[in-house]
Design a protein around this ligand. Structure first.
Ligand code: FES
Length: 276
């Protein structure tokens, strides 16, 4: 093991602090450890750009004939919402051009994902390099953790989760509404299937959340006295190890659902109907 010049132990923190092995190399890892943070940076970058463009587009979010409302604009509660898209009322005024219609839902969903344990790991590694990978020291000499703004907001994840669950209930309503026929009665198209796939992915992502397990099945001294909450805790414990997968899958299903509804709404494509 090579040794060399490292910051003085008096001032340094973290891996450079006194008592830690004094290693000159940036890392002793020889595998391709950069691949994962770069991959995540690309994925998250695509999502941020796509959702940013869609947020300010304020158009093509509701396919009226097929009754498809994109999850990115749900619930549509502004007076500026197109006819038929506001099942929960229009209690926000039209704030004018340039102000996103989804001004209420978007911040909740952004903070929910941004404070998710999985995205925090991904973001810390890909964007803050803190650290980039296990066994790779971070470049920063100071570390304040999540004790200051804005990272302190991470401690409120459970509240953003509650907000996101409320929106998810509304998404569930939207998915049922997608069974309304083009004419009268019930109907089903490719868009209905896409909306349901997205809904399942979102529920799996939200229900496998670490905070969800604590809220629904935690803080108990005796599981035996709370059999229902014990069952919930056991179920969430089973799906929780795949939380990271659901975080990514649901990211793609949201984009796919929104892109499909935008395309149908703008009449770039027509929705294939299985019936009515
Ligand atoms: S930890 Fe990821 S959504 Fe809660």
């Amino acid at each position: 093991m090579a040794t060399g010049t490292v910051p003085g132990p008096g001032k340094a923190r973290g891996v450079f602090s006194a008592g830690r092995a004094q290693i000159a190399e940036k890392t002793l890892r020889t595998d391709n450890w950069r691949a994962s943070p770069i991959f995540m940076a690309v994925i998250l970058g695509i999502f941020v750009v796509y959702s940013g463009v869609r947020l300010f587009m304020n158009d093509n979010y509701y396919a009226a004939q097929e009754h498809y409302l994109t999850p990115m604009y749900s619930p549509c509660i502004s007076e500026a919402c197109v006819e038929g898209s506001s099942d929960f009322g229009t209690w926000l005024p039209d704030l004018g051009t340039g102000v996103p219609i989804a001004i209420l839902a978007f911040p909740i969903l952004t903070l929910f994902r941004a404070t998710c344990y999985y995205y925090r790991k991904a973001g810390w590694r890909s964007f803050l390099l803190s650290p980039q990978a296990c066994g790779v020291p971070e470049p920063w000499k100071k570390y304040t953790g999540e004790s200051r703004f804005p990272l302190v907001l991470a401690n409120w994840h459970r509240y953003f989760w509650m907000g996101a669950c409320l929106l998810l209930l509304i998404n569930t309503f939207d998915a049922f509404k997608a069974f309304e026929g083009v004419g009268d009665g019930i109907g089903m198209g490719v868009g209905t299937v896409i909306m349901w796939v997205n809904l399942i992915a979102l529920w799996m992502y939200s229900m496998s959340c670490h905070a969800c397990r604590h809220i629904l099945g935690g803080q108990l001294k005796h599981f035996s006295k709370h059999p229902v909450r014990y069952r919930i805790w056991k179920f969430i414990s089973k799906i929780n190890p795949k939380h990271g997968d659901w975080a990514l899958i649901s990211l793609f299903t949201v984009i796919a659902t929104d892109a499909y509804i935008m395309a149908v709404s703008a009449e770039w494509i027509s929705d294939f109907r299985f019936f009515n």
